[in-house]
Design a protein around this ligand. Sequence first.
Ligand code: HEM
Ligand code: HEM
Length: 131
Amino acid sequence: MDYKILGWINAISLTIVVAPFALNFLSRKLFNSKNKDIRNIVKYLRKFHKPLGIVLIVIGIIHGYMALGSLRLHTGTLLYLSIILTGALGGSFYKAKKRIFFVWHKRMAFVSVALLMLHYFYPSAIYYLLN
Ligand code: HEM
Ligand code: HEM
């Protein structure tokens, strides 16, 4: 399988994983949080949150290794590290139920989405910085 297809599977997974948060945010802004259709979609999408988080961790590294042929510093590597950290914080919150893990889970989710934008639009950004 082509690394590009795996890259898109990752990007779509990340979109579905953050969709409940994004939809709730929009719903609050647009409909004062009372929209029943959005609530049902969010409820449905939440079923995929943890499985797709794990998909990202597994397929992310396969995609990256196939794309570069080795493990080295790249915007994708930064994105992957951010995703690992996000997933670890989500798992920690799930196990320990400590609010601080949830706060940082959400902050790192935001960083991951930002790094996906960097990785997609400026994949070689780090090379420009280093050279
Ligand atoms: C170990 C981590 C990773 C490495 C080393 C890596 C590396 C790469 C490289 C070298 C490319 C080609 C960029 C170019 O055209 O110059 C690429 C494309 C891409 N990557 Fe990654 N990546 C990693 C992780 C990820 C993750 C976690 C995601 C998504 C959440 C992702 C999504 C994508 C997408 C959507 C593309 C564009 C594919 C296309 O051209 O159609 N990558 N990646
Ligand atoms: C790796 C990519 C992941 C991202 C980007 C991500 C992102 C998010 C975001 C933005 C929220 C807030 C949802 C809201 O406030 O509506 C959330 C909630 C949560 N996440 Fe994650 N997450 C990821 C992986 C995981 C994993 C692997 C686990 C556990 C094994 C996990 C466990 C949770 C839990 C327990 C919640 C709170 C309950 C819920 O809203 O479903 N997350 N996640």
